[in-house]
Design a protein around this ligand. Structure first.
Ligand code: NAD
Length: 378
């Protein structure tokens, strides 16, 4: 699929032409509020044009939730997120919490909502746009034609494993984190990756560190087992350190990149270099299929709250708007509407009406202007 590049996980709702879209919006902090504002405008235009009923509720997450309720992921937000068909998130993080311990920081809200919604696969499409080739620090010929999707396991691995902690009870302070995976955790995300590969160029690159880590040895074993059910998809394995290099040296060789939580976290930021700006990147975090046939989905731009430009109407809203396109497709099965949003974004990009991070030739557009241009182009 052009645009977000995340096509392939089609929902079974595709044959229903008019839907009731019940969406929770969690703007969060900093530029999160600005970019989700534009993404919601786009969602409203789509709903009105295609005649869908749209119900939007708003909730608190991150620093603003700490200010208003004392916790980054309030119980009310959890209730709302489980009741919604789909959740659109902005970004969380405020500089005033930079020195706070991890459990009291706004970012803890992200781990909380991902766990509560049971989203176990984070899909990060990375593609190059002709109009943005010069925005990447890499040579045009390396970047032109890049079209991959990084599938990152989101619910396991070292970010969640126990025991964990910093301990001061020994002869010197020490710290422990635990990387752990079960076969079923690896299997479900691997199947999702293969399903996506089947709808794309049928190439699967599984990333691990099986020369050193036991978790990676199990990872590779399970991926090979699952691959037997997808003989039409070509499977390759690559060690994570080599993958980090190949993503820059030869990014066009990648189609679906499948990896565990921490490796995916790190590798997917290389996607920002390929796409020209971190503000371009959407993401979709997917969980189990609902009885309705739609996939549980949490959609958010890849970037953070960007305190350095917050409140200045400068943030690039394409990552958030691309996340809406992904939501339309995955959570609601509205492929035509999703494609229309992606086409509109491309039109605006080609017209050069973009924010300062994309280094336009003329005066940069504001966040609100870019949102407005996309709405008009739909
Ligand atoms: P960041 O992504 O917020 O910003 C990194 C750089 O990219 C900054 O220079 C910023 O101005 C720029 N940038 C980011 N998004 C942009 C956009 N849409 N348009 C134009 N420029 C953009 O990362 P950071 O500075 O490392 O983190 C800031 C805060 O965000 C921290 O508190 C961090 O923990 C948090 N964070 C949250 C998330 C999330 O909510 N998913 C992700 C990453 C970081």
């Amino acid at each position: 699929m052009p645009g977000t590049g995340v096509g392939g996980l089609s929902s079974e709702q595709g044959d229903r032409s008019v839907l009731n879209l019940n969406v929770l919006v969690l703007p969060g902090d900093g530029i999160g509020t600005e970019v989700t504002g534009e993404a919601v405008k786009v969602l409203r235009v789509v709903a009105s044009k295609w005649g869908h009923q749209l119900t939007i509720r708003e909730g608190l997450l991150g620093g603003i939730a700490i200010h208003k309720t004392g916790t980054p992921f309030p119980a009310e937000t959890e209730k709302l997120s489980l009741a919604a068909d789909s959740v659109l998130m902005g970004a969380v993080g405020l500089p005033e919490f930079d020195n706070a311990p991890p459990e009291t920081r706004p970012e803890r809200g992200l781990l909380g909502i991902r766990k509560a919604m049971g989203v176990f696969a984070n899909l990060r499409p990375v593609r190059s746009y002709k109009a943005l080739l010069n925005s990447s620090p890499l040579k045009n010929e390396l970047v032109d034609g890049v079209d991959m999707i990084i599938v990152r396991e989101l619910n396991g691995g070292i970010y969640y494993g126990t025991p964990r902690g910093v301990y001061d009870d020994g002869p010197e302070p020490y710290a422990v984190n635990t990387m752990a995976y079960t076969k079923s955790e690896i299997e479900r995300v691997t199947r999702m990756g293969f399903e996506l590969a089947r709808k794309r160029r049928k190439k699967m690159m599984s990333v691990d560190k099986s020369n050193v880590l036991e978790c990676s040895q199990l990872w590779r074993r399970v991926v090979v087992e699952v691959a037997a059910d997808y003989p039409d998809v070509a499977l390759e394995h690559i060690l994570v350190d080599n993958c980090a290099m190949q993503l820059i040296l030869n990014p066009k060789r990648f189609d679906v990149v499948l990896t565990e939580n921490m490796f995916g976290d790190i590798l997917s930021d290389e996607g920002a270099v390929l796409a020209g700006s971190i503000g371009m990147l959407p993401s979709a975090s997917i969980g189990a299929k609902k009885p309705s046939g739609a996939w549980t989905g949490l959609y958010e731009p890849v970037h953070g709250s960007a305190p350095d430009i917050a409140g200045q109407n400068k943030a690039n809203p394409f990552g958030a708007i691309g996340s809406v396109a992904a939501m339309l497709e995955y959570s609601f099965g509205l492929t035509e509407e999703a494609a229309a949003v992606n086409r509109a974004m491309e039109l605006v990009l080609n017209g050069g009406k973009v924010t300062a991070d994309l280094k336009p030739a003329g005066t940069p557009a504001t966040t609100e202007q870019v949102g407005e241009y996309v709405c008009q182009a739909i």
